[in-house]
Structure formats: C-alpha cells, structure tokens
Design a protein around this ligand. Structure first.
Ligand SMILES: Cc1cc2nc3c(=O)[nH]c(=O)nc-3n(C[C@H](O)[C@H](O)[C@H](O)COP(=O)(O)OP(=O)(O)OC[C@H]3O[C@@H](n4cnc5c(N)ncnc54)[C@H](O)[C@@H]3O)c2cc1C
Length: 285
C-alpha cells in the first residue's frame, strides 16, 4: 500500500521541532521511519504531519560521560552504534545488539530513540535500557525532564514521552565491572523474538548487584525482583543461576498468538533468563 499524502517538515533544531509539534498536535516525530512509515502505509495509524528529526545534529551525538558511561542521542542509528569506538569501549552490548538487529537496510536508518519510543513488547532496546539502569532525557516545551528507563515504557507503544515532546538522548551508566547477558529466542534468524532476557551482574566474587529484566512477555519490560533477590549475596555457581532463573515470570501471563502459546513463552523465558545469567557471570570482571 502507498503512503497517503502527509505534510512533511524538517526542523532546524530541537527547539524548532518542539515548536512544530506544539502547533500541530496531530504531528509525529519521524526518526528512521522503519516502523512509522510502515504503520502509516498499513493505515494502522494516521498523522497530520511528519516532523523529520533524523538530521538534527544534537540528536546524533555519542559521547562519554565524565563517570565513564555514555550519552547517546536519540537519532543515532543502529549502524552508528555498531561501529562507534566509544560504545564499543564503554558498553559494548549496545553495539552488539545493534549489529544483530534485522538487516543492514534497517540498521542504516533505524534509531535507538525510535526503537525505545515505538516500544513494541519485542523491541530490542527497552529491556536492555532498563537492565543497564539508563536515564532517558526527554525534551519538552518547558525544558527537560529525566525518566528512568524502568518507568519509560507505559504499555504497548506508549511511553513517558508525551504529545509535543521528544526523546533527546539516553544516558547509560558505566558498567564498573558488571557483566551483561542478553539472550533472545527468535522466531527466525534476524527476526522478532518470542522471549528475551537481559541480566546485568556484578560479582566480587559473591554476587553484589543483579538487575534482571524480561522482554516480550508483557506490554512493557519487566524487572524480575524474585530472581534478583535469589542472586544477591550468593556464590555465582551454575546451581544458583539455575535456581534463580526458575523464579522468573512470577505473576506474568504471556500472550498467546500465532507464533507461540503463553505457556511456551513462559517456559522459554525461564530458559533465556538462565542463559542470560550464565553469560553475564562469564563476562563480569
Ligand atoms: C523488517 C523489519 C524488521 C524489524 N525487526 C525488529 C526486531 O527484530 N527488533 C526490533 O527491536 N525492531 C525491529 N524492527 C523495528 C526497527 O528496529 C525500527 O527501526 C525501530 O523500531 C524504530 O526506529 P526508527 O528510528 O525507524 O523510528 P520511526 O519509525 O521513525 O519511529 C517510531 C515511533 O517512535 C516515535 N519516535 C521516534 N523517535 C522519537 C524521538 N526521538 N522522540 C519521540 N518519539 C520518537 C515516532 O513518532 C514513531 O511513533 C524491524 C523493522 C523492520 C522494517
């Protein structure tokens, strides 16, 4: 299906973009367009105007924070993430996930901000942002606000970015010796996932910090406090990790659809949690 005619504008900076969005409440930011254009073509949504933010320099920066973490502009593409030296040095998992996202055409255009703002339950980045303890910087007409990644996704394709606002950047804290495990069960190679788990663990040598997040099983990424509790203060043995993974999915009813039943998703989620824990411990310094 062809795209219906729609007004298109290219603001000169973030202030200008916010002004256009304020004047036209039916307008939407356009980043890489890899989701939005398809959604519009399929008539699953309509907009009055597209505000193309993809060229705004302020949204394309990648810089090391003074604490050794990273600030990444919302319009940094997957390809730029994959090849950034700063990202590779500070938080390499961000580059690795980018390198596995779909195909090169999508990686050339799709952005980290668009991925977080579209917030499909199977999107690659929202659970990773939550597990890493990321702060999302939102530009608003009244200034800027910071939202913890854990509170950023409010539901299916709903985020803390309100009408007339923009995600400006994501601020990822330093890993400080933590290991990251990122595991997905994919429908097909380079495709959407049925189950996903991200674990960030620090061990000295007992586990002192644990953040474990599930994706794909609910409208938003879910922290797994029961798993984290079973890890803190424990020796990171295979038995500890396996036992903790069995506590995931408590109180969750994953959806059933054409790809898998809810029961299968639940069982596979526990498997990917265990694998993510094993990977995180292997990578922890
Ligand atoms: C064939 C195919 C397969 C895919 N498979 C996967 C997959 O397996 N995993 C995965 O995670 N993704 C997948 N995607 C989605 C892809 O990663 C998209 O690029 C991404 O979800 C959206 O990024 P974008 O920059 O293209 O955003 P756009 O499509 O431009 O925008 C998406 C939404 O976010 C809003 N938005 C964008 N940027 C901002 C901002 N800075 N502030 C506020 N709102 C903003 C837009 O208004 C729109 O509502 C796939 C896409 C395709 C085409």
């Amino acid at each position: 299906m062809l795209l219906r005619e729609v007004a298109y504008c290219r603001p000169v900076d973030v202030e200008d973009a916010l002004a256009v969005l304020r004047e036209h409440p039916g307008a939407r930011p356009l980043a890489g367009g890899q989701t939005l254009v398809n959604v519009l073509k399929l008539r699953a949504a309509s907009v009055d105007a597209l505000v193309d933010i993809s060229g705004l320099e302020e949204l394309r920066l990648i810089r090391r924070s003074p604490d050794g973490g990273l600030e990444i502009g919302a319009c940094v593409t997957y390809d730029e993430l994959e090849h950034s030296e700063e990202v590779g040095e500070a938080v390499p998992i961000l580059a690795e996930v980018a390198s596995h996202t779909v195909d090169q055409q999508v990686r050339n255009r799709g952005t980290i901000g668009g991925n977080c703002c579209y917030a499909d339950p199977a999107s690659n980045y929202p659970p990773l942002m939550t597990a890493l303890g990321t702060t999302m910087r939102v530009a608003t007409p009244a200034g800027e606000r910071e939202v913890a990644a854990e509170e950023f996704v409010l539901g299916f394709s709903r985020t803390a970015v309100g009408t007339g606002e923009l995600l400006r950047s994501v601020v990822v804290p330093p890993l400080d010796g933590s290991g990251v495990g990122y595991q997905s069960l994919l429908i097909g190679r380079d495709s959407w996932a049925l189950a996903r788990a991200v674990a960030v663990l620090r061990a000295e040598p007992t586990i002192v910090e644990a953040r474990v997040v599930l994706g794909c099983v609910a409208d938003a990424p879910l922290r797994q406090p029961a798993v984290e509790q079973r890890l803190r203060g424990r020796d990171p043995s295979p038995e500890t990790l396996a036992e903790a993974s069995r506590a995931s999915c408590e109180g969750i009813e994953p959806i059933s659809d054409v790809h898998a039943s809810g029961g299968y998703r639940r069982r596979m989620s526990r498997v990917v949690v265990r694998r993510a824990l094993e990977q995180a411990i292997e990578e922890a310094e």
